[in-house]
Structure formats: C-alpha cells, structure tokens
Design a protein around this ligand. Sequence first.
Ligand SMILES: Cc1cc2nc3c(=O)[nH]c(=O)nc-3n(C[C@H](O)[C@H](O)[C@H](O)COP(=O)(O)O)c2cc1C
Length: 360
Amino acid sequence: MEWQNKLTSLLGIPYPFVQAPMLGITTPAMVAAVSNGGGLGSLPVGGLAPERVAALIQEVKALTSKPFAVNLFTYEIPPAGQPDTFEPMQRFLQQLYTASDLTVPLVDYDAIKIYSYKDQLPVLLSAGVSLVSFTFGIPDADSIAQLKARGCLLLGTATSVEEAVALETAGCDAAVAQGIEAGGHRGTFLPGALPQIGTMALVPQITDRISLPVIAAGGIADGRTAAAAFCLGASAVQCGSVLLRSPESAATPRHKAKVGAVTDMGTRLTRAFSGRWARGIGNTLMDAVEASGLPLNVYPLQDALTQAVRKVAKELDDPAFIVMYAGQAAQMARELPAAEIMEEIRKATEKILDTGGTQG
Ligand SMILES: Cc1cc2nc3c(=O)[nH]c(=O)nc-3n(C[C@H](O)[C@H](O)[C@H](O)COP(=O)(O)O)c2cc1C
C-alpha cells in the first residue's frame, strides 16, 4: 500500500494518520508515540499560558524528533467586563455543588486569565514549530504572515463547505473536515446555524470544492471507517475518541471506564461546559446546567466557571462533575497504547484498500 500523497510530503510523515489534538486528554507522551509511529501527533495548547505552552513543546521535543503539530484555539477574546450572566450561573453552580457535597472555590471573574493564540504565537515561533493546526476560527492576517514567514504549515478546521473555502482563501495548507460525529468542541467559526453535517457527507463535498488536502475527522476509529474516509477523497484521517482509553490519555480511571461503557446514543452536543457546542458523554454537571434554563456565558467564561468543579472532580475521579468529551464512535475506543491503536487502524485500512474495499 502506497501511503505517500501530497499531504504526507508536505507534513514530512510516512503515514496519513493524525492523532487528534484533545485538550485535557492529549499528553506529550501521546503526541510523541503517534509521531514516532509514523503518524502525526498533535499537541493541543488552546488557551494555555505561554509558559505552559513552551514547557509542553519542550516535553514533546524531548520524546520525539519527528514532526508534530501544535494546536491553537483561534477565537476572538470576548470584550472585557463581567457579563450579567456570570453571577447567576456561579450561584446556581454553587448550589449544585453544595447539594452534591462538593466544596468548590468561587471563581473570581477578575482573576480569570484568558490567553489568545496571539499571546502564544511568539512561543511557537521561537520553539521552531513547523506545523500549526487550529480550531474555532482562522488566525488573523498578521499572524498568518508571521507563521508563513517562518515556513510554518497551517492546518485549519472546517465544519462546513463554506468554512473550508474560507480556510483555503486565508492561505491554509490543509483543512480538517470535522463531522458532527466528532468528540469535543465543534470547530465552527462562521456565523449562522451550527453545521450538523456528518463526516460521510462533509468530506466529499469539501474535497469537491477546495484544492487543499483534506483530513477527515469524526467517527474514525478503525480500518473500516478510515478506509471509507480515504474513499471519500480524504488525504488523511484524524482519530480522537478512539485514543481516550490509551495509557497516554490523561483521562482518569473512572472517566476511561465511562468511555468503555458508552453506547452509540451516549454522547450529545452541549454548550453547558464551555459555552461553545461540544460533544460529550452526559453527566450530572451537563444535565443540571442544561436543565437550569439559565443563559450560558460566552466561551471561554462558561468554561472558566465550570473549570473549578472539574478540577476538584478530576482529583476525586468523580465522573459526575468532569468533562467527558467523546464522539459518537467512542465505544470503539481501545485500551491499548496510542501507537498500537494507530498502527492497527492503519494496517486494517491497508487490508481493506488493498483488497478493493472489502474486508477480506
Ligand atoms: C476530549 C476531546 C478533546 C478535544 N480537544 C480538541 C482540541 O483541543 N483542539 C481541536 O482542534 N480539537 C479538539 N477535539 C476534536 C478532535 O480534534 C477531533 O476533531 C475529534 O476527536 C474527531 O472525532 P472522533 O472523536 O470521533 O475521533 C477534541 C476531541 C475530544 C474527544
């Protein structure tokens, strides 16, 4: 099976299999394991302090000399000033914690630190990062010019054909086509209704419309789903949820067990955790915020509010109050090392594609 294509040559990798960036889950060990295995590891740093970003990049570099991408959240920072929605949500959450016997510190609005990708950019440039992926938007023209001047390749995320066209117009080098099946946040950035197009429908419509290589994401968890994506015209596949139970995943033991027990119907889209649409496994925190009927805070303020309990619950390994972002195919997550999972998917894909589309 010949895996080399325009995208693998651009990225400098042997196999077009990308480990999805998953903030809160992906560790430097996961990134390095996948890159060392010939795929592309992706280090998520969305919203992290620049010092932390620098440290994480160094950790990955200490574990691999192979290419890896650094993943940014490219959204507009909300205007300064505490919105009217902040305190009512904070009060509601505190009542919920008390009723659940949890002690959670209050979130001080003035102490919330919001880091833009623009704050992180100098770190990426000085660390010599050569692949930058992003979600929630497109970096501004000045940032794109700085990245391009250093020879950086840009991988944007699109959840509709229109967004893919916008990525191409802005000068990106590849587009991640993220279907509605995908776990985690929707990468949606154009105004209007939330795109709810599945990977199967989205990938061919995007490949027909733009000339950039397309990376399919959402529901890809084995040879069958990966082979389907390549048949649809994808140049690479990006796998997220299938890695949630790997030893390199930062998910806690009970979180991993929840993923292991999830069904096809066990995830849903919610804005409860962060204020942005994301797919995850339902739990007490999600249900209660949704049922409260309270207006949510814009991203990332809602995220900052729920972070407080998520931190406490993570330490207690209490899945009722953490975030369990996962996709519709999360049931297919394997309890194997990340590199093994990616290798198994690749080999199964090879077998299917080499035998003309049957599983042999
Ligand atoms: C736990 C979790 C966290 C995620 N965090 C990010 C992130 O930080 N940046 C990003 O671009 N995408 C993020 N995503 C989306 C993935 O990159 C990818 O699009 C998705 O996992 C693909 O669908 P799948 O989960 O069905 O494999 C996240 C997904 C999950 C499951």
